[in-house]
Design a protein around this ligand. Structure first.
Ligand SMILES: Cc1cc2nc3c(=O)[nH]c(=O)nc-3n(C[C@H](O)[C@H](O)[C@H](O)COP(=O)(O)O)c2cc1C
Length: 169
């Protein structure tokens, strides 16, 4: 039998040891806000500024994300684990339960009030990869509300926060 490497459970166990910042990725589908909790987010390029997010094929909102002209990556603070759970819960009324506003970049998704940073993106590439789709976004507008807020972290399938850190003077 062909060796296909480690199995899915071992792969997921290994990935669970990679601590990640929790984000909520949002977009508009026919004018309606959509959003899901995502840790598969990373920077790709600085000049031009490009980021990527990976969306599972089982996500109900996948087609809407693929159709949208752009998306916003909202970075959650350590106090927002309930928001992460909300945006990871099937059939939840996500945008009735949180405060949000329209982005500055027309193609991007809603900006959550709770987020302490947001990347407003125009989708420039969509790549089918295994059981996920990868969306590449060129960042039009991005900003932090402050540099001292600590992020919500996901590690070993549980929420965590950074404790041993102080901002640069
Ligand atoms: C901490 C955490 C991280 C997640 N990361 C991702 C991710 O990177 N990509 C993804 O597609 N789903 C991820 N999910 C799962 C989605 O948030 C979840 O399936 C969501 O409910 C999909 O919504 P939908 O099916 O209504 O579109 C994550 C969930 C949690 C709790």
């Amino acid at each position: 039998m062909e060796d296909k490497g480690i199995g899915p459970d071992a792969f997921k166990d290994l990935m669970s040891a990679v601590a990640s910042t929790v984000t909520v990725v949002t977009a508009y589908a026919d004018g309606e806000p959509i959003g899901i909790t995502v840790t598969a987010f990373n920077s790709v390029s600085v000049d031009p500024p490009i980021v990527l997010v990976c969306i599972d094929k089982v996500a109900a909102s996948l087609d809407a994300f693929l159709t949208a002209d752009g998306f916003t990556v909202n970075i959650l603070p350590s106090t927002a684990s309930a928001v992460s759970t909300l945006f990871a819960t099937k059939d939840s009324e996500r945008f009735d339960a949180v405060a949000w506003s329209d982005p500055s970049v027309g193609a991007a998704g809603p900006v959550l009030d709770v987020a302490f940073g947001a990347f407003e993106c125009e989708t420039i590439e969509r790549l089918e990869m295994g059981d996920h789709w990868v969306l590449f976004g060129q960042v039009g507008v991005g900003g932090l509300t402050d540099k001292a807020t600590l992020p919500l972290v996901y590690h070993q399938r549980a929420y965590a926060s950074v404790t041993d850190w102080t901002p640069d003077a």
